[in-house]
Write a protein that binds this ligand. Structure first.
Ligand code: ADP
Ligand code: MG
Length: 456
């Protein structure tokens, strides 16, 4: 058999043993570059794939090669450049600029001018430091770090996909934050797709579409969260396609997240699918049990007392698919125990998880605001009204903080829910409460109490 045929046969076998996402990410662009006296060299497109094949799939590859009757003594993985598959949109006239450079090249960042202004921005609580790396998210983490060292060159676009609550937003924002601290003048934009859509619709209505386009096309780094929400929105897809191209051609870094691989987003134009898939796509998995335990411990660090291992293990083994839920359960447990002066145990955790099963999954902003007003014994119309007395302002700030923490609402949305026009009010409130919680025990217990009652 020809080298190619052998490798195709190997890939065929491997494909049926792996998830589609894993296969596409790690094997699709591999080829056999050498087969000689038991020495096999597999060509891959980048160092992460190399590393993963070596570490994770090495045995599988050797086994499958042998099954195909290939003599194998040693398999080496080598980064090689692959012939580019022509892109249906550009191929006729120009080649796509080759962005994967061998090493070392750096990207020049244009000066920022005005930054994100009123728009949604990066949340500084998402950093690499507080992201726990383990099985399931290690490759995404590594790729994100690589983007920080060489933005716009390798892995462009970087596309992370996977289920809800597994850390996609955390990681892509961590890239943004890390880049922003390395390049304070760079214009780094983070936007959730829903927000992008809303702004675009508004811009069309206000006849400011060209401002909108210029704003996003002048980014140095554009991070777009949950691109699956572009599905079925033709005009926005068209706009996004041009934004994408403008940035990509200027070697500006694009980072995207989604709940599925590009090819599986229904009602997304093919040209966007091919753009999204044209860099590095990584299938993020739910972190394994040990990683989930480590995440709980990290999240608990803000709390002064350590958790019993059995509590950590109980949570990690009962909440398996969603880290946001895991975090929620931990916070709820801590709040419950803090109010009662109890030490958290697995039994209490079990009880609470049982209660959770019976409560509605989604709290509304209104419920949170009402609960906060009731706790501080002030009328609802005051907390959302114009009064600026201290005994109204503090509860309002606390409500903003909870909306931020529990519902992950954007600052403009938080401001809106509390009847404020300016999103910076929400931002300052959240910051202020975050700070005060560290020193003010009474505030901590107030918050714990409000949170506890939110869930019963
Ligand atoms: P997604 O965008 O995939 O739905 P998020 O990034 O919003 O998920 O993550 C949900 C929550 O879980 C966030 O609070 C995030 O900080 C946390 N989280 C997820 N993975 C990790 C991790 N590996 N280490 C620390 N926190 C994590
Ligand atoms: Mg997200």
């Amino acid at each position: 058999m020809q080298q190619d045929e052998v490798w195709q046969a190997v890939l065929g076998e491997i494909e049926v043993t792996l998830s589609h996402g894993n296969f596409v990410t790690w094997f699709k662009n591999t080829r056999l570059v050498k087969r000689e006296d038991g020495e096999i060299v597999v060509g891959v497109t980048n160092p992460f794939i190399k590393q993963t094949l070596e570490k994770k799939y090495g045995d599988l590859i050797v086994k499958t090669l042998r099954k195909q009757g290939v003599k194998v003594e040693q398999v080496e993985y080598k980064t090689v450049s692959m012939p580019k598959v022509p892109d249906e949109q550009v191929a006729s006239t120009t080649q796509i600029p080759q962005l994967v450079t061998a090493s070392g090249s750096s990207v020049k960042f244009a000066s920022a001018g005005t930054t994100a202004g009123l728009r949604q921005s990066l949340n500084e609580r998402y950093t690499f430091d507080n992201f726990v790396v383990g099985d399931g998210n290690d490759l995404a983490f590594a790729a994100c770090q690589a983007v920080v060292t060489q933005p716009g060159t390798k892995y462009n676009p970087l596309y992370l996909y996977g289920g809800v609550g597994i850390g996609k937003t955390h990681l892509i924002q961590a890239v943004g934050n890390a880049l922003q601290s390395r390049h304070p003048d760079a214009k780094i934009l983070y936007i959730a797709t829903e927000q992008f859509v809303r702004e675009f619709v508004q811009a069309l209505r206000d006849r400011t579409a060209s401002n909108f386009a210029n704003f996003y096309r002048s980014a140095d780094v554009l991070i777009v969260d949950d691109v699956q929400f572009l599905a079925g929105k033709d005009k926005i897809q068209e706009e996004f396609f041009h934004t994408f191209n403008t940035l990509h051609q200027a070697n500006k870094q694009l980072i995207m997240s989604s709940d599925k691989p590009p090819s599986q987003i229904d009602n997304l134009e093919d040209r966007l699918k091919s753009r999204f898939a044209g860099g590095m796509s990584i299938d993020m998995q739910v972190p394994d049990f040990e990683t989930r335990c480590a995440i709980i411990q990290t999240k608990n660090e803000v709390n002064q007392s350590e958790l019993e291992p059995e509590v950590v293990e109980y949570l990690a083994s009962n909440i398996k698919t969603n880290i946001r839920e895991l975090e929620g359960a931990l916070n709820q447990l801590l709040a419950w125990c803090e109010v009662r002066g109890l030490t958290p145990t697995a039994a209490i955790a079990a009880n609470l998880l049982q209660i959770n099963k019976n409560r509605p999954k989604h709290l509304s902003a209104k419920q949170i605001i009402e609960r906060t007003a009731r706790h501080f014994q002030i009328p609802l119309e005051d907390i959302v009204g114009p009064k600026r007395d201290k005994d109204i302002v503090v509860p309002r700030q606390v409500a903003m903080y909870i909306l931020h923490e529990e519902l992950h609402l954007s600052y403009p949305k938080i401001a809106y829910e509390l009847g404020r026009k300016d999103h910076t009010t929400a931002m300052h409130s959240v910051r202020k409460i975050t700070k005060e919680l560290q020193v003010d025990a009474a505030l901590r217990s107030s918050l714990a109490e409000i949170k506890e009652y939110l869930y019963v």
